[in-house]
Ligand binder design. Structure first.
Ligand code: NAD
Ligand code: AKB
Length: 338
């Protein structure tokens, strides 16, 4: 008998860290895959922790000979700034990699006869607001608006949302022996995430966590966007909650395959002010990188997450005050004190 497992790709990243702990705590057996090894204390809690590339099909053939996969959290990706520097590689990892995982989900569902839940972290990068004026006017953007991304990462995420929906509903639609595809694809469009215990790299919403982590370490920070640049953000525990919540929602309640989730919206200046309140000696200046700031200008200031609230009872635990006062400031302070 092969062991029933939940597969997590990109497991060594910021979301993977916290997600593994939460899933192990509720009794899931985890198989983790990442190019980078997991921290040993986390790896020890997994059924298997594999250092490998999601583009390596042999890796997955070996894996399915040993494990039966019932859910996939497909986190592996190159984030937005890194993707702009290597767009071809980004397309391979973000799109071809996702196709590999969707194919595995379909094959596994056919093997064991049950749907495979496929959780996909999409992003506010799927939006492309045409100007700063349009962004200011748009306010909270709903899922169907401004689906005109201006980054390779945003294009990759939007396409993968579509191809995920295709795998769930239409894959093999002309086959004579057509059966349900078995791929239960669910995507969340995350805002910029802020973790107290990991630091991001390669993203464009990174300016907010960079400020906080630099302040806690006593390092200076030159913010790469202008003070007025505004994005939606979310504390990492809420992001993990959102993934677990949507994974457990009854399929018949879901009215769409991709959902916005919101928590709070802050300008870079407001992040600086909150950081200074927690770390009064912080040395934060603004030195905008025009190209990166222009990417932020195409992402919405806030999102309309009413569908997630109605369909699977989404409600963030952390607004801006709670996120900074009860999670970020005290946890980051403790983290760097150790
Ligand atoms: P991260 O960069 O910390 O983690 C991504 C992980 O993927 C890394 O550990 C990396 O080594 C791994 N990876 C990259 N290419 C790989 C490959 N070819 N094979 C195997 N592993 C590979 O990012 P994160 O913040 O943990 O994000 C996880 C997911 O959530 C990503 O898909 C990201 O697009 C999405 N997301 C993140 C945010 C955010 O603000 N952090 C916001 C929206 C969406
Ligand atoms: C990035 O900036 O690339 C990510 C995201 C918002 O998807 N943090």
């Amino acid at each position: 008998m092969r062991k029933h497992v939940t597969l997590i790709t990109g497991a060594s990243g910021e979301i993977g860290h916290g997600l593994i702990e939460r899933l192990v705590a509720r009794g899931d057996d985890i198989v983790a895959v990442d190019l980078r090894p997991l921290d040993p204390p986390i790896a020890e809690r997994c059924a298997a922790s594999i250092v490998g590339d999601i583009l390596d099909e042999n890796l997955f053939s070996r894996l399915v000979s040993e494990f039966e996969i019932h859910a996939i959290y497909h986190l592996a990706a190159l984030l937005s700034t890194r993707s702009e520097y290597t767009p071809d590689t980004a397309h391979r990892v973000n799109v071809d990699g996702t196709l590999n995982l969707l194919r595995i989900a379909h094959e596994q569902a056919r093997w064991h006869g049950q749907p495979v839940r496929f959780l996909f972290p999409s992003s506010i990068a799927v939006y492309g607001l045409p100007s700063r004026a349009a962004k200011a006017k748009a306010g909270r953007v709903s899922e169907e608006q401004y689906n005109t991304p201006t980054t390779m990462y945003g294009c990759n995420k939007l396409y993968c949302e579509h191809v995920g929906r295709y795998y769930a509903l239409h894959f093999r639609q002309l086959a004579a022996d057509r059966a349900p595809t078995g791929v239960d694809f669910r995507a969340i469009r995350f805002p910029g995430l802020i973790s107290a215990i990991t630091q991001p790299s390669g993203g464009t919403s990174d300016f907010a966590p960079e400020m906080l982590h630099a302040a806690a370490k006593g390092d200076p920070c030159a913010c790469f966007v202008e003070e007025e640049a505004r994005l939606p953000f979310m504390a990492m525990p809420d992001a993990i909650d959102a993934l677990i919540h949507i994974s457990m929602a009854p399929a018949q309640r879901l009215t769409r395959r991709s959902y916005n989730v919101g928590a709070f919206s802050l300008s870079a200046g407001e992040v600086r002010d909150r950081t200074l309140r927690a770390f009064p000696k912080a040395d934060i200046s603004f030195s905008p990188d025009v190209a990166r700031a222009n990417i932020v200008a195409t992402w919405p200031a806030d999102v309309d997450d009413s569908a997630a609230r109605a369909d699977w009872d989404w409600k963030p635990a952390y607004d801006a005050d709670r996120a900074f006062d009860e999670y970020l400031a005290p946890t980051i302070r403790d983290f760097y004190r150790k």
